[in-house]
Design a protein around this ligand. Structure first.
Ligand SMILES: [Zn+2]
Ligand SMILES: [Zn+2]
Length: 395
C-alpha cells in the first residue's frame, strides 16, 4: 500500500516565531528542576492554543493534550527544557543573560520546535485520529527529569502508547535527520568511593595504611574490568573523574574519595561493570589493609530505539524532508534520559543535525555551543508530521 499523502507546510511566520522563542529561551536558561519561567511559558502557549494543559508533573514538567475527532493511538512528543551550569562564551545578541547558566545542549531549540509544531497541529486537529501529548520535561542533564515524570505516572495517566523525541546534533550537517535502530545512547551511571586507611606521618608509612597509594592502585587496576573482564566486542567505559585526599607533603591522610562514571551499551554489561568494579576495589583494599565504601548510582539506562518505530519514523522523515536529508547515524557513548520512556513504550529518538559552519560546530556542553537555526524548521516539520500521522499510522 502506498503511503498516504501528508503535506506539512511550516509558514515563515511560524519559523520566525520558533526562532524568536528559541532565542528568548537562550537568553533565559534555567537549570534542571528550576525551569519555572520556561514551563510557565510552555503552559501559557499550549493553553492559548486550546490544549488541555497539565503542569507540575515531575516537578516542572508540562503536558499539553490534543485529542483528535476520531479514535486512534495516544502518542507523546518530547522536548527537554533544562540548561547547563556553563558560562556562555558566544558573542551573540541572544547570549545567556544569567552567569553560569547556558543552553549548551540545544534544549532551547527542542522546546521552540515542539511549540512551533503545537501551533500548526492545533490548527489541523481535525486530521488527527487519536491523541497527541506534547510533553515538556525538566532536568535531562543528569537529574533524570524523565524518570521523575514516569514516577509521577505520566504514561498511565494519559495512556501514552508510543514515544518520540529528537535531539539537535552539532556533529551532523544542518537539517539532516539521523536514525539508528536498536541501541542508540549508552547507559550512564556514577560511582562514589571512599577508601579508608589509617593516617600518619609521611616518614613512617609502615605505621599507616596509605589510602593515596591504595587509590592509585585502584585507578590503574579498575581498567582491567573493561580490558580483561568484559567481552571485547561489547563497548564499555569506566572513568575516574575526581580523586581527592590529603592536605600536605608529609602527612598520610586517613581517607581518599573518588568519583567516576560508567558507560555501557548493554544492560548485562552494565550489571557486570557494577559488580566487577567493586571486586577490584575490594581486592586492592584488602591487599593493603584498607577498607572502602562503594556506591554505584544507577542513573540512565541504555536508550534503545524500537526497530519498527524507527523504520516508521525514518520513512516519515523521507516523505516530509526528502531522502537526501535522512541518514543512519552511529551510536553514542553519551546518555539520554529519554530512555525512561523508551524502556516502557515502543519509541524512537532521532537526531537533527544543527551544524551549518564553524559557529555551530562546537560540541554539545561547550561554552561556545550554538545551533544553525535553519535546523529548527526541519524539526517543526518532523514533529508536526508525527503528530498528524503517528496516532493512526505508527506500527
Ligand atoms: Zn546535554
Ligand atoms: Zn541534551
Amino acid at each position: 500500500m502506498a503511503a498516504p499523502t501528508l503535506t506539512v507546510d511550516v509558514p515563515s511566520e511560524i519559523v520566525n516565531e520558533v526562532v524568536a522563542t528559541r532565542r528568548d529561551l537562550h537568553v533565559h536558561p534555567e537549570l534542571g528542576f528550576e525551569e519555572h519561567r520556561t514551563s510557565a511559558m510552555v503552559a501559557e502557549r499550549l493553553g492559548a492554543l486550546g490544549f488541555e494543559v497539565h503542569t507540575g508533573i515531575g516537578q516542572t514538567g508540562v503536558v499539553g493534550v490534543l485529542r483528535g475527532p476520531r479514535g486512534g493511538k495516544t502518542i507523546m512528543l518530547r522536548a527537554d527544557m533544562d540548561a547547563l551550569p556553563i558560562d556562555e562564551e558566544n558573542d551573540v545578541p541572544y547570549r545567556s543573560g544569567t552567569p553560569v547558566h547556558m543552553h549548551a545542549c540545544g534544549h532551547d531549540g527542542h522546546v521552540a520546535i515542539l511549540l512551533g509544531a503545537a501551533r500548526i497541529v492545533a490548527a489541523r486537529r481535525d486530521e488527527i485520529a487519536g491523541t497527541v501529548c506534547f510533553l515538556f520535561q525538566p532536568a535531562e542533564e543528569g537529574k533524570g527529569g524523565a524518570k521523575a515524570m514516569v514516577a509521577d505516572g505520566v504514561l498511565e495517566r494519559f495512556g501514552i502508547e508510543r514515544a518520540y523525541g529528537l535531539h539537535l546534533a552539532s556533529a551532523h550537517p544542518v537539517g539532516q535527520l539521523g536514525f539508528r535502530e536498536g541501541v542508540f545512547y549508552a547507559s550512564s551511571d556514577s560511582i562514589e568511593i571512599t577508601i579508608e586507611g589509617k593516617g600518619g606521618h609521611g616518614a613512617s608509612p609502615h605505621l599507616s595504611v596509605d589510602p593515596v597509594y591504595v587509590a592509585s592502585q585502584f585507578v590503574v587496576a579498575v581498567q582491567q574490568v573493561v580490558s580483561r573482564q568484559i567481552d571485547p566486542i561489547e563497548p564499555a567505559v569506566v572513568t575516574i573523574g575526581a580523586i581527592n585526599g590529603g592536605t600536605t607533603h608529609n602527612v598520610i591522610p586517613s581517607r581518599v574519595r573518588l568519583l567516576g562514571t560508567v558507560r555501557a551499551f548493554d544492560a548485562g554489561v552494565r550489571e557486570r561493570m557494577s559488580e566487577r568494579i567493586e571486586r577490584v576495589l575490594r581486592g586492592v583494599c584488602e591487599s593493603s589493609g584498607a577498607t572502602y565504601d562503594y556506591e554505584y548510582l544507577w542513573r540512565y539506562p541504555v536508550t534503545s530505539n524500537d526497530v519498527e518505530q524507527t523504520r516508521y519514523v525514518r520513512a516519515l522523515a523521507e516523505r516530509v524532508a526528502g531522502a537526501e536529508h535522512v541518514a543512519d547515524v552511529p551510536k553514542l557513548m553519551g546518555a539520554e534520559d529519554f530512555s525512561f520512556f523508551a524502556e516502557r513504550v515502543p519509541a524512537c529518538f532521532f537526531s537533527l543535525g544543527s551544524n551549518g559552519g564553524p559557529n555551530s560546530a562546537f560540541p554539545h556542553h561547550h561554552a561556545r555551543f550554538d545551533i544553525d537555526e535553519s535546523a529548527l524548521a526541519t524539526g517543526v516539520r518532523m514533529m508536526t508530521a508525527l503528530a498528524l500521522d503517528a496516532p493512526s499510522h505508527a506500527p
